[in-house]
Design a protein around this ligand. Structure first.
Ligand code: FMN
Length: 201
């Protein structure tokens, strides 16, 4: 029996969030297709309300790391992360695209997108986030994810020219892991997350 992992299984099994990058010179030409394949996702009603800003410019990356208060984290003993990224990818949500799509006549019988029990735009954003991380891993880099909870969103929107009605879901980083300071992650108690045939705990 062939137990070899498929390419995708291998990528998935190796991927982990990395928050410590080495400062490197990197030719970002090889990353130029990441954003376009990241948004190659199914979207609810084919609303296409998920967009991406890719940032390769080192000065902009520096400015972004300041907006995310990296200096403060380094002073507290954490490692450089965003500032040492070779590329950053912002996942943006244009929620209006969903409401516009679901106001079309062919969706007249569908549940109004303002009444969804599951806001599908977050499902779609997660799909593009995962594509993006795997595409980064495939290039031999490590990926990380940062939300905007400790950041001034308005400043981020201003710096990147993002319209006010767009919500930045988060920031995906791409960089070279700082191998010298890999710390073993704490033992995490295994959780049962897969159910066979029926839900069982
Ligand atoms: C939706 C989402 C939001 C996250 N937000 C942050 C964040 O703001 N800052 C951060 O350092 N990590 C963030 N993470 C990463 C997780 O805290 C954690 O590193 C991850 O679940 C570990 O997964 P891994 O072991 O498979 O890499 C986020 C992850 C997800 C999926």
């Amino acid at each position: 029996m062939n137990n070899a992992l498929s390419h995708l299984e291998e990528l998935l099994s190796k991927r982990k969030i990395v928050r410590s990058y080495k400062k490197v010179n990197f030719d970002t030409e090889s990353l130029k297709n990441i954003a376009s394949y990241s948004i190659k996702i199914p979207t609810a009603g084919f609303s296409r309300g998920i967009e991406i800003i890719q940032v390769f410019n080192t000065e902009t990356i520096d400015k972004i790391s300041n907006l995310f208060h990296e200096r403060k984290y380094i002073e507290e003993g954490k490692d450089p992360w965003i500032s040492h990224s070779v590329a950053l990818f912002f996942i943006l949500l244009n929620e209006d695209a969903y409401h516009q799509r679901y106001s079309k006549s062919d969706k007249a019988k569908a549940v109004n997108s303002k009444d969804w029990d599951v806001p599908y735009w977050f499902v779609d954003a997660g799909a593009s986030m995962m594509n993006c991380m795997l595409l980064i891993e495939e290039k031999g880099l490590s990926s990380g994810f940062m939300g905007l909870h400790n950041t001034d969103r308005k400043e981020v929107n201003k710096l990147l020219n993002i319209p006010e009605n767009y919500l930045v879901i988060g920031l995906i980083t791409a960089g070279v892991q700082n191998e010298s300071i890999i710390t073993k992650s704490k033992e995490i108690k295994r959780k049962k997350l897969i159910h066979n045939e029926k839900f069982s705990k």
